[in-house]
Design a protein around this ligand. Structure first.
Ligand SMILES: Nc1ncnc2c1ncn2[C@@H]1O[C@H](COP(=O)(O)OP(=O)(O)OP(=O)(O)O)[C@@H](O)[C@H]1O
Length: 582
């Protein structure tokens, strides 16, 4: 049996992966079977979040017992194939070849080009900044970061960012990324003034609408507190008050690959701050960085320990590696990262640090011990496999009962992020979909209306027409005649939609951890699967538990934690290497 047949039989390939292999065979009837299989696997790899397929790691990509070819021989066959280009590292690949072989990895040409173009665009932005330090700016820096650069990573981050055009600020939740960047923007406004230049055009953006709103809210709060502390009002007024999604910023419309702003028609922005950078995939990051004008500053904020983007990439991890690479001519990002590791959240909030830290380190014994000790809002329900069972049922349902008595849209929307059940899986008894249906039944009974009072909905596709985006969550309330209306937050006021007119959506009491990225909830119940699965990774657990603000319930066996912490959500990508990392 050929390798392609074996893959087809295993059922892992999507029709689109097979269609690519079949198209190549039609063009070249003599093409080697292993090259066809590599094409299908390169396409499959992108759907699994990789930028390319690595013949030496085929077993990690495909969960089936397949007799894989020797990686070196496989690559040699590919190198000799007419459908595979092998361009020099900085050169564009041949548009007539669908595949590229580079550093032993097999790319769909488009993804190799995204990597190459992104690396080139970043290198273009990494230029030396002009001008000497200014006494007024130094004085303001000392006032905004009184702890000083010796003791305070936030102070160091701001100082470094004043002198860099591209900068990464990484850190877990509550380590002050937003606070630091807002203060930095005040410093940049002061720097421009000291140099007799106009206030820079600032833009704030994030991959999701919720993350953008949270960021804008954080920056507005910092502006208020700085005004109250007597910082020059003109500088505080320079801070942006709104943030947009990356799609909106770039003018990307669903179904159209071309953005409104690009290399030819750049964004009218001098300083762009991107939050939740771990969620940004390779094509989007490429389009974003290419659309920045020469001389612009780019500040990326994110948490490397979180799940990588669902779509191809793991861009943030690659950029972190590139920043941490030794300084060299081919390493434009070297030294351009500051990591914030001190948590500043209120002490009466959830005490998450010991467990989050152990999970980040992959120390299962320490994570389990921290979970079992509990306290400070942390509860471990070891061996609980069903969140609707008696021991956790009330913790799960109580936060949503209030929604059933709430008739004011603003009041109801304020409760939308009160609680969430997060799960690793989409399907099956422990999957988001079935759990959601059971929660709806428990809350509203068997006679419930499809859009019952208090039902949470999540939009599952982008719809520019509605101004609703994948992941937006709303709530159903009856109108004065008792007819259901779905309410979603809007920039100025809640927005009402007839449920029948909504874009694709699902229930939202339970969602996958992936869908919860970029959001936070007061109460999180994190259900771990009974049986081990490949989606269960260290990053998934870390992302799930760091969504909680005041109360976290972890449900599931110790074995699930042990299995998860031993597995990374590793993504195949050549971006770090392209940017000078080993
Ligand atoms: N240097 C500091 N001193 C005191 N409090 C601080 C400091 N830095 C941040 N905080 C406070 O810590 C909290 C979290 O800060 P911030 O929102 O900036 O963190 P973040 O890393 O952006 O978090 P998130 O992951 O939620 O985006 C805020 O209440 C902020 O006021």
């Amino acid at each position: 049996m050929s390798l392609l047949d074996a893959l087809q039989r295993s059922g892992v390939l999507r029709p689109v992966d097979l269609a690519l292999a079949q198209a190549l065979q039609r063009i070249d009837g003599d093409i080697a079977d292993s090259a066809l299989a590599a094409a299908a696997l390169a396409s499959h790899a992108v759907a699994q979040g990789h930028a390319a397929f690595d013949p030496a790691a085929a077993g990690e990509l495909v969960d089936a017992s397949i007799d894989w070819p020797d990686a070196a021989e496989w690559r040699a066959t590919l190198a000799a194939c007419s459908m595979v280009d092998r361009p020099d590292a900085d050169a564009a690949s041949d548009e007539s070849t669908p595949l590229v072989l580079e550093d032993g990895r097999v790319y769909l040409r488009r993804y190799r080009e995204y990597e190459r173009r992104l690396a080139a665009a970043l290198a273009r932005l990494c230029v030396a900044t002009d001008g000497a330090p200014h006494a007024d700016v130094d004085a303001l820096h000392a006032r905004l970061f009184p702890a000083g650069e010796g003791d305070d990573a936030q102070a160091r981050a701001a100082r470094r960012a004043l002198d860099s055009t591209v900068m990464l600020v990484t850190g877990g939740p509550g380590t002050g990324k937003t606070t630091t960047i807002a203060r930095l923007l005040v410093l940049l406004a002061a720097q421009a003034r000291a140099r007799g230049k106009p206030v820079p055009r600032f833009a704030l953006a994030a991959p999701t609408g919720r993350a953008a709103d949270r960021m804008a809210g954080g920056v507005r709060r910092v502006a208020e507190s700085l005004r109250a502390a007597g910082i020059d009002a003109e500088l505080c007024d320079a801070l942006p008050t709104q943030a947009s999604t990356l799609h909106r910023l770039l003018g990307l419309v669903p179904g159209r690959p071309q953005a409104r702003f690009d290399r030819v028609q750049p964004l009218k922005v001098d300083v762009l701050v991107v939050d939740e950078a771990s969620m940004v995939d390779l094509p989007l990051m490429c389009k974003l960085v290419e659309a920045l004008p020469d001389g612009a500053r780019l500040l990326l904020l994110g948490d490397r320990d979180q799940l990588p983007s669902v779509e191809a990439g793991d861009v943030l991890a690659a950029l972190v590696d590139a920043c941490d690479a030794p300084a060299a001519a081919n390493a434009p990002l070297a030294g351009r990262r500051v990591h914030l590791d001190r948590g500043y959240r209120q002490t009466d909030d959830l005490v998450l640090e010991p467990v989050a830290d152990a999970v980040r380190r992959g120390d299962a014994a320490a994570a389990l011990s921290a979970l079992r000790v509990g306290g400070g809002g942390l509860h471990y329900h070891e061996d609980a496999l069903d969140p609707l069972a008696a021991s956790t049922r009330e913790a799960l349902l109580a936060p949503w009962r209030g929604l059933r008595h709430c008739s004011e849209p603003r009041e109801a929307l304020a409760l939308v992020n009160r609680a969430r059940l997060l799960t690793a899986l989409r399907d099956g008894p422990q999957g988001a979909s079935q759990l959601n249906a059971r929660i709806e039944l428990a809350l509203a009974g068997t006679q419930r209306e499809p859009y019952f009072h208090g039902r949470l909905l999540m939009v599952t596709e982008n719809s520019a027409r509605h101004g609703l985006f994948n992941g937006d969550v709303g709530v159903c309330l009856p109108d004065v005649h008792g007819a259901p209306i779905a309410w979603f937050d809007g920039p100025d006021a809640p927005r009402a939609f007839h449920p029948g007119a909504l874009p694709a959506h699902s229930g939202a009491f339970a969602t996958t951890v992936h869908k919860a990225q970029g959001s936070e909830f007061d109460i999180v119940l994190l259900q771990l699967p009974a049986a081990d699965t490949r989606v269960l990774t260290r990053e998934l657990i870390y992302t799930g538990l760091t969504r909680a603000r005041t109360q976290l319930h972890v449900l599931g066996p110790a074995s699930a934690i042990e299995a998860a912490l031993g597995r990374h959500a590793r993504r195949i990508s050549g971006l770090a290497r392209r940017l000078g990392a080993a």
